[in-house]
Design a protein around this ligand. Structure first.
Ligand SMILES: Cc1cc2nc3c(=O)[nH]c(=O)nc-3n(C[C@H](O)[C@H](O)[C@H](O)COP(=O)(O)OP(=O)(O)OC[C@H]3O[C@@H](n4cnc5c(N)ncnc54)[C@H](O)[C@@H]3O)c2cc1C
Length: 380
C-alpha cells in the first residue's frame, strides 16, 4: 500500500493550510468564547470545494478521494477543530447519507445544494435516552396517506439550528427492532420541525450543537431515504465512513496541539535554557510526534481502503479509536509543556485540551469502537 502523498495532495494540504491560517486562525478565540457558529465562513469553504469534498462533480461536489478528504479535515482541525467538526458532520454524515442511499431525484434536489455549499446538512440519530444504544430510539414515523408523520426529538445534533437539510432516523416498525428504523429527509421550515435547546459546551464551541424537536412533522413519501426498515443498517455504513473523518480530525487536532507545544518549548526559558532542551520535555514531544504519525497512517489506510471500495468497519473503528485517544494525550501534554500558560486562554493549548474530548465521544465513544473492533476480530 502506497501511503505517500501525490504532488496534488501536497498542494491540497498547502492550500487548505494557508486558508485556515488566514481565514480561520485570527478568529478562533473570539468564536470559541462567544460560541459563535461562523456561518459567514461557509461561502469561503464552499469556494474551496470543502462542502462537497468527496461527492462527484456531477452532483456539485469536488470529486476528491477519501485520502484527500482526510487531508482537508486534518488541516482545518490543526487550526480550529470546531470548523473541522462542522465540515465533517456536513460532508460525512448528513450529505453522505443522501449520497450513499438517495435516489437520483433526492440527490438532484438535496445533495447538489449541499455539495455546492448553498445549504448546510445535519444528521439526527442520537436521542436523550439513546446514544451508544442508538437503535433504542423513540422518535417514530407513521405513514399517513401521501406522507410520513414524525414525532419525537433528537439530542446533540451538529447544525440542529443552522442546518437546512436534515437526515433523521425514526422507528417505522417497532416490532422489527433495528430493522424497523428508517431514514427521512426533513428540510428546515417544515411545519412541526423546530430546533430546541442549543448546548453550552466544554469544547468545539464554534460548532453548533442543538436538540431538535418533531411534532406532527409531515414529510412527503418521497422523503423516505433508502429502503423502509434499512435506516439503521445504512447508518452503520455512514458511520464507517464518518469515523475516518473523526480520525482525521483527531490527527489534525493532535498536530496543532503538538506544534503549539513544540514552538513554545523553544521560546520558553527556565534555568537559563529553552525548556525544549530538557530531556523529559523532548521525550513528550518525540512520543507525541511518533503517535501522531502512526494515527495518520492508520487513518490514511482506512481512507485508501474506502477509495478502493472496500468495507472499512474494522479499519475505521481502529483509526478513530487510536487517533482520538492519542489526540487526548497530545493535547494534555501540550498543556503540561506550557505549564501555567497552558491553563490560560492566551495560548491555544487549553482550547485543544477542551476540544479534543469530543473525539473520543462523537460518532461512537472509545468504548463502542472497542466493541466494534472486538466484533470484527474476536469470535463471539
Ligand atoms: C458536540 C457533539 C456533537 C454531536 N453531533 C451529533 C450529530 O450530529 N448527530 C447525532 O446523531 N449525534 C451527535 N452527537 C451524539 C454522540 O454521537 C453521542 O453523544 C455518543 O454516541 C454517545 O452517546 P451518549 O452521549 O448518549 O452516551 P452514552 O451512550 O450514554 O454513554 C455513556 C458512557 O457509557 C459508555 N457505554 C455505553 N454503552 C456501553 C457498552 N455497551 N459498553 C461499554 N461502555 C458503554 C459510553 O462509552 C460512555 O462512556 C454529538 C455529540 C456531541 C457531544
Amino acid at each position: 500500500m502506497d501511503l505517500s502523498l501525490s504532488e496534488d495532495q501536497q498542494l491540497l494540504r498547502r492550500s487548505i493550510r494557508e486558508f485556515a491560517e488566514t481565514e480561520i486562525r485570527p478568529h478562533v478565540r473570539e468564536w470559541d468564547e462567544a460560541q459563535h457558529f461562523p456561518s459567514e465562513l461557509l461561502p469561503k469553504l464552499a469556494a474551496l470545494g470543502l462542502m462537497g469534498i468527496q461527492f462527484p462533480e456531477g452532483y456539485g461536489g469536488s470529486g476528491m478521494s477519501a485520502v484527500d478528504y482526510c487531508i482537508c479535515i486534518e488541516e482545518l482541525a490543526r487550526v480550529d477543530p470546531s470548523v473541522a467538526l462542522s465540515v465533517a458532520a456536513h460532508n460525512g454524515l448528513g450529505a453522505a447519507h443522501i449520497a450513499m442511499f438517495g435516489t437520483e431525484d433526492q440527490k438532484r434536489s438535496y445533495l447538489v445544494p449541499l455539495a455546492k455549499g448553498e445549504k448546510l446538512a445535519a444528521w439526527g440519530l442520537t436521542e436523550a435516552q439513546s446514544g451508544s444504544d442508538a437503535a433504542a430510539m423513540r422518535t417514530a414515523a407513521v405513514r399517513q396517506g401521501d406522507g410520513w408523520v414524525i414525532n419525537g426529538s433528537k439530542q446533540f445534533i451538529t447544525h440542529g439550528r443552522y442546518g437546512d437539510t436534515m437526515v433523521v432516523m425514526a422507528v417505522t416498525d417497532r416490532s422489527k427492532g433495528n430493522r424497523g428504523i428508517s431514514a427521512f429527509i426533513v428540510e428546515r421550515g417544515t411545519p412541526g420541525f423546530e430546533p430546541g435547546k442549543k448546548e453550552d459546551k466544554l469544547g468545539m464551541r464554534a460548532s453548533e450543537t442543538s436538540e431538535v424537536i418533531f411534532e406532527n412533522c409531515r414529510v412527503p413519501l418521497a422523503n423516505l431515504l433508502g429502503e423502509e426498515g434499512q435506516g439503521f443498517i445504512n447508518t452503520l455504513q455512514v458511520l464507517d465512513a464518518g469515523r475516518i473523518g473523526i480520525a482525521a480530525l483527531s490527527v489534525g487536532l493532535a498536530q496543532g496541539a503538538y506544534e503549539a507545544a513544540r514552538d513554545y518549548a523553544f521560546v520558553r526559558k527556565q534555568f537559563g535554557q529553552p525548556i525544549g532542551t530538557f530531556q523529559s520535555i523532548r521525550a513528550k514531544l518525540v512520543d507525541n510526534a511518533t503517535r501522531i504519525e502512526a494515527a495518520r497512517l492508520l487513518t490514511y489506510r482506512a481512507a485508501e481502503l474506502k477509495d478502493e471500495g472496500q468495507r472499512t468497519t474494522l479499519e475505521s473503528a481502529m483509526a478513530k479509536l487510536y487517533a482520538s485517544e492519542i489526540a487526548v494525550r497530545a493535547s494534555e501534554d501540550g498543556v503540561q509543556i506550557h505549564g501555567g500558560y497552558g491553563f490560560v486562554k492566551d495560548y491555544p493549548a487549553e482550547k485543544f485540551f477542551r476540544d479534543v474530548k469530543l473525539t473520543t465521544i462523537g460518532e461512537g465513544t472509545s468504548e463502542i469502537q472497542r466493541l466494534v473492533i472486538a466484533r470484527q476480530l474476536l469470535a463471539s
